[in-house]
Write a protein that binds this ligand. Structure first.
Ligand code: BTN
Length: 247
């Protein structure tokens, strides 16, 4: 696996997108600090220097068997959760769609994107992973929600090892239909929204207002099936909504 390292960059996902035609084998882009780290739904991802892992795994359609991008969102979360659990001896959970939680706080976010290579034909997948390893002093707006794994400083060598393990586990799962199915089952087991009452906040349609629903299931392509108070069901797409737990 190729590795490209930066001390500082705007966003490892941006770099991967801008150079999408240049990756002929799965590649890891990693940075010590991001100045414009991006999250889902156009949000920022707080990426201060040294205390976090900021990486993008990039690969093209040609370098993987069983190419199935719709399943990468959920299965990448399982890959990251497994590696973090093993590396730090912790027990993480997943909040739909692919946020990783430890002790009720978000410690990791994943942003999966697709683009095309220079020829405009070859599909390139970018799995961007941001982990708060020892991050603190979070911005006020996320301070209640965000957490980190440890208060020990994790050095560059360890971080690179962690990035390689995450990338290898992603590829191992993505590459095999059987491993994908196993990971999807684990995704549901680790998901703490199933069976819970949630508040759905539509972010695309400005006219729509929040509503409450009960989470019934998560499909293989990471749609959230919810039941509304009138007993009807809806399949929610991660690009359109955000979810809060109702009390
Ligand atoms: C989220 O929390 O909504 C997803 C956050 C994803 C952050 C990672 S950090 C490495 C990569 N580069 C980015 O700009 N974003 C992802």
């Amino acid at each position: 696996m190729n590795l490209i390292q930066f001390e500082e960059i705007d966003s490892t996902n941006n770099y991967a997108k801008a150079h999408a035609g240049e990756f002929f084998e799965p590649t890891i882009v990693i940075a010590e600090k991001q100045t414009s780290g991006r999250g889902r739904l156009g949000r920022q991802f707080f990426s201060p220097s040294e205390s976090g892992l900021y990486m993008s795994l990039v690969f093209s359609k040609d370098s993987i068997n069983n190419f199935n991008p719709a399943k990468y969102t959920a299965t990448a979360a399982v890959a990251v959760a497994r590696v973090l659990d093993d590396f730090f001896k912790i027990n993480t959970k997943i909040k739909w769609v692919n946020d990783i939680y430890l002790n009720g706080k978000k410690i990791c976010g994943i942003l999966t994107e697709g683009t095309t290579g220079t020829k405009g034909t070859d599909l390139v997948v970018i799995v961007g992973v941001g982990v708060n390893l020892s991050t603190n002093n979070f911005p006020a707006e996320i301070t209640n929600k965000a957490g980190s794994i440890t208060n020990k400083n994790i050095g560059k060598t360890e971080k690179t090892e962690l990035a390689r393990k995450i990338a290898a586990e992603c590829i191992r799962i993505f590459d095999s239909n059987e491993q994908t199915q196993i990971a999807l089952n684990e995704y549901r087991e680790r998901s703490f929204l199933i069976g819970k009452k949630v508040t759905v906040h539509p972010v695309i349609d400005n006219e729509a207002t929040d509503y409450t629903a009960v989470v019934k299931e998560i499909t293989d392509d990471a749609k959230l099936i919810v039941q509304l108070p009138d007993n009807s069901t809806k399949a929610l797409d991660s690009g359109e909504i955000s979810i809060r737990m109702s009390c």
